[in-house]
Write a protein that binds this ligand. Structure first.
Ligand code: 5GP
Length: 127
């Protein structure tokens, strides 16, 4: 597995940048001016959707530091829209963002995984 350093400059050719430019297909679940949601290509739960900002942010740290207030708000509003779209507001769900090499981040464009549709159990095995 190739992972991304937390301080890596934004790579404009990463797979999600290409997806945003329409160079590779995605089944868009929901979108707004600043964010996009689509199913993960390798789902780990009955619902496994990725939510990404349209702007060029490598990870949660650069998104939080550099994105405008409207980008941040619209991003989290889209997460909420997707959760409601899949009726996850009743039984709950998990949000996950892998950041950097220890986080196991593979794609260097900030994203959250929204997972649900079944009981997901413990977050990680015990130490
Ligand atoms: P990370 O480990 O960076 O948090 O997760 C990246 C996720 O992107 C993985 O779960 C992987 O399955 C997903 N992914 C990688 N390439 C594509 C793609 O081309 N399309 C979609 N829909 N998901 C992808």
């Amino acid at each position: 597995m190739t992972t991304v350093a937390t301080n890596q400059p934004y790579d404009h050719n990463n797979i999600f940048a290409r997806l945003l430019r329409g160079e590779i297909p995605a089944n868009i679940v929901a979108q707004n001016e600043h964010a996009l949601a689509f199913p993960d290509i390798r789902p780990l739960a009955p619902v496994h959707v990725l939510v990404i900002p349209r702007g060029p942010y490598t990870n949660l740290l650069s998104f939080s530091q550099q994105a405008s207030a409207i980008e941040v708000v619209e991003f989290w509003k889209l997460v909420q829209t997707v959760a409601q779209h899949y009726h996850l507001d009743q039984d709950g769900f998990r949000l996950l963002s892998n950041c950097g090499s220890n986080g196991g981040q593979e794609v260097p464009h900030f994203h959250v995984h929204l997972l649900g549709g079944k009981a997901l159990g413990k977050m990680l095995p015990s130490l």
